[in-house]
Design a protein around this ligand. Sequence first.
Ligand code: ACM
Length: 543
Amino acid sequence: MTDPYRTLLPAPRHAASAGGSFTFGSVHGDPALVEAVQLLLGPLPVAAGPEGALSVRLGAGGPESYRLQVSPGGAEIVGADLAGVRHAVQTLKQLIGPAAYRAGGRPGGVVPCGEVEDEPALGWRGGMLDVARHFLDKRTLLRYVDLLAMHRMNRLHLHLTDDQGWRIESRKYPEINAVATHRRETMVGRFRTEPTFDGTPHGGYYTLDDLAEVAAYAAQRGITVVPEIDLPGHASALLAAFPELGTGADEVLRGWGISAGVLKPIPAAVKLVCELIDELLTAIDTPYVHLGGDECVTTDWPGDPEVAAHMAAIGAEQPGELHGWFLREVGGHLAERGKRMVVWDEAFQTGGVLPDTIVMCWRGDAISRQAAAAGHDVVRAPVYPTYLDYDQSDLPEEPLSIGGPITLEDSASFAPLPESWTDQERAKVLGGQFQAWSEYIPHERHLDYMVFPRACAIAEAVWYGAPADYPSLVERLREGHLARLDAAGCAYRPLEGPLPWQAGGTGRRAHAPGNRTTKERWLEWVARLPDSGVVAKATTHES
Ligand code: ACM
């Protein structure tokens, strides 16, 4: 059997096996730490002393760092903080092996002896799930919390609203629940070349109680939920409930692409959004709220009398200025509540940011560097190689996707802290994350297929702050980690390619390179990005 200290993922900074093993079935330590361990390992009985038990305590070290020492007479976890203790338990579970991920066993297990010392390079290590394009039920979110925690990640970014659906209950505005949360059908074909629709309604939303449950479950596992309400663009679903507050939309969108459905940047819209955010914050206890700000089509604004009057009232000359105005107004509301605003990088370009706004950069290294140089904290989310909705290879068996390919090796090459940047610029990088946009991810099994194992590579890159060692990553996946994912019930893509039932076949899910954004096309587009002004033009395929 391969030494499990050699297959840990992310690989710890120091790990060494020592021969022999320790069988444990009890835990000892401060009650708050014992409780955290029991939550992750099951209801282990509490031991009177450390001998023969898993003992846990706090000690010196950087944020989230930990030490784990396993000898035949006992095991000890020393965490610098609660997060470090939790990471140590996740490492311990990986050392126990696949049995640790199966339900119904007795808590505890057999751990090979050895030691681990570990510390992350970056404080924001996450994954984004787009639950707007396709709704994922609450149990999937809870499961993804476990999968992220297994990889010592600490952020779950939920993209909760978009043109195709609004997924947050409103008690104040029940018309949102009734209208904005579902669409009458979904585009199922190749959206660039052969769009067709399935004629089947799709929808769903989380009650505020559901969201509170997910946030609490995540917090107990060291994960902060970052909720995103994506505005003022991507607003068609909200506008289905409030048509008077927008331009360019008359129903919840059925197709993909950039929509002209945009919220008017006027005080009445700011008021509504602030009320909806306040409702959301009754459910989710988080320091961060993501306001989106991406792909906002401003071309209809100057022709709208209300928007034109507001432009004149605030002395704005360009529609892009209103984009910034809107985001700053909502950002100010968040600041009053002690929350930090997060935005996609377009909002940085249109000046839609306050000094402490976190800029999530998806359009490449250059814009990311500009935001860091301007003094913003930055979260790195570049399309190449963190967009896990893109194809994983050029194999004809791959199912239909929106772009790519982005291979496991590409994801492993993710450099969250580019070497060409200055130390000051690198110091502004909070971390990075993968994104699972869901236009072509209709259900949970396919989500697993697209996200894993590429998320393992991203997890390692953000833990280290540097690209993962690809040959070592592949070896660790083969020799140990894929078996852990199997036991956890994760329907990942095998390294060799899709299983027969994961392939696209010959029908409407068939591999379609012509449907995709290729790397060349994307790099060309990024190189032509304007410095400011109109953020996007509509490219929706709706008929
Ligand atoms: C994005 O992909 N529009 C953030």
